[in-house]
Design a protein around this ligand. Sequence first.
Ligand code: GLP
Length: 246
Amino acid sequence: MELIISTDEESGSKIAYEILKETLLKNEQAVLGLATGTTPLKLYQLMIDDYQKGNMSYKNIKTYNLDEYVGLDENNPQSYRYFMNKILFEHLDIDLNNTFVPNGIGNQEVSILEYDKLLKNLGPADIQILGIGSNGHIAFNEPGTDFNLTTHVTELSKSTIKDNSRLFNNINEVPTKAITMGIKSIMESKQIILMAFGKNKQEAIYQLLSGKIDNKFPASILNNHQNITVICDKEASSLLTEKKID
Ligand code: GLP
């Protein structure tokens, strides 16, 4: 696990973009694993800016997202599909038919099977972008989730509902369930960039970098990944004192 501590979110996102760009330039048909949340917003803006300058094309890129709230359809501004369309996809030359987000509505068993089938067909992400929840969740794999699970429906923990309520009018509007890629599939990604910015993430980054693997802290399994870069700003890394990273 490589750790990069950036001055701030801006510079951390630039570092993430440089890594991503290098991967995409090597393979114009790359499969890109994407995340929602506020953490990747600056990275997505950098992707758009560079595309608009004519430096990049997403014509042959395929993307899949980690998760979706159960009960929200693509027209709901709180859904992750809507978020991805508005924040990123509509600003690139990507074919929307090549972008995939789990289906939050309809028969859940069917949606789960369909997403696992899709992931199998697309193959592992050439590069997966990740954020981290303050309780250590990645995608919506909450504390206690089996590391061997693939796509599944999960109950969101109280702390995740509370954290994510900042993006809703009030806490009662936050869905209580989500459909999420499992850790097994995330771990199959060829390369991972995990970003964490701000004070709210300092405990999570401290635990992640402690190297102890335990499903009570789902992100800890990433210590077993062969090609992961963790990028965090000074605030998120402030509990790491003299930690040895290899
Ligand atoms: C959400 C998403 C995760 C995301 C995390 C952190 O619950 N399911 O994929 O990484 O929370 O969100 P944020 O980046 O807004 O801090």
